[in-house]
Design a protein around this ligand. Structure first.
Ligand code: AMP
Ligand code: ZN
Length: 113
């Protein structure tokens, strides 16, 4: 499948992996927008949340659970962090495999641009 994130999951493209298990992978964003910027994604190809099905539940739960665990371990949970999921063109989605941006390490403005 011609999906850059599936290729990262399958180790056809290198990435700086922070955590992975059977359902989830979390790796560093190649173009970081904060001192900590990771992408957390399910190890199943779902283009956007618009295609989400009940059988994906365990994957999505584990992605969010992993984000919480990693951010606690890295010491970002008390100050806080941001999780962003861009969907389709107006939100700037460029890779069509569901991924959560996880940003931390600086004050994050609201509303985002
Ligand atoms: P989005 O615009 O929400 O679809 O985000 C796609 C993100 O993937 C961007 O922040 C890119 O910097 C990031 N990205 C693209 N290719 C790679 C790669 N090979 N390794 C790590 N991050 C990537
Ligand atoms: Zn994919």
């Amino acid at each position: 499948m011609d999906c850059i994130f599936c290729k990262i999951i399958n180790k056809e493209i290198p990435s700086k992996i922070i955590y992975e298990d059977d359902h989830v992978i979390l790796f560093e964003d190649i173009n970081p927008q904060a001192p900590f910027h990771a992408l957390a994604l399910p190890k199943v190809h779902i283009p956007t949340i618009l295609e989400l099905k009940p059988e994906h539940s365990v994957y999505l739960y584990k992605v969010v659970e992993t984000i919480a665990k990693v951010m606690k371990e890295k010491g970002y949970s008390e100050d806080g962090f941001r999780v962003v999921l861009n969907t389709n063109r107006a939100a700037g989605q460029t890779v069509f495999h569901i991924h959560f941006h996880v940003l931390a390490g600086r004050l994050l403005m609201w509303p985002p641009g």
